[in-house]
Ligand binder design. Structure first.
Ligand code: NI
Length: 153
């Protein structure tokens, strides 16, 4: 395993569309391991392959409830809306309010190639949406609500 360099800021690769994984080979398994290690090392809750310079539809997420590996993830259901602050390991120092679905169902393959569906709400739903956006070259800063003030007691 190895910690990979996280691509940042205006690196062009963050704007490219990642390709579907057709075969889960050693390279993809190594990529998953490295992404996991890189995410934990950077204290992130998610990481998508383009963030480490690989244009493949692979992401890892852990919001503190355990690691979830996603290969070829797609959102098959979204419901509700929730606005909350987001950040990104590729955009250090930037935070902003983004509207995401409150609930999503994501379909993906695991490292064995088995297709699964996972239902997520709130932070986990947000993390899935954020990472899947990365696979399409979309950054959260594209979606920031300007001058949004959260109602906090
Ligand atoms: Ni990100």
């Amino acid at each position: 395993m190895a910690i990979r360099m996280i691509r940042k800021d205006d690196d062009d690769i963050l704007r490219k569309i990642s390709k579907k994984v057709e075969v889960i080979d050693e390279r993809i398994l190594t990529l998953l391991e490295d992404m996991k290690e890189t995410m934990y090392d950077a204290d992130g809750v998610g990481l998508a392959a383009p963030q480490v310079g690989v244009l493949r539809r692979v992401a890892v997420v852990d919001i503190g409830e355990g690691l979830i590996e996603l290969i070829n993830p797609v959102i098959v259901f979204e419901g509700g809306e929730a606005i909350d602050e987001e950040g990104c390991l590729s955009l250090p120092g930037i935070n902003g309010a983004v509207c995401r679905p409150k609930k999503v169902i994501v379909r993906a393959q695991d490292r064995y190639g088995k297709t699964f569906e996972i239902t997520a709400t709130d932070l986990l739903a947000r993390a899935f949406c954020h990472e899947i956006d990365h696979l399409n070259g979309i950054l959260f800063t594209d979606k920031i609500i300007p001058d949004y003030k959260q109602d906090k007691e």
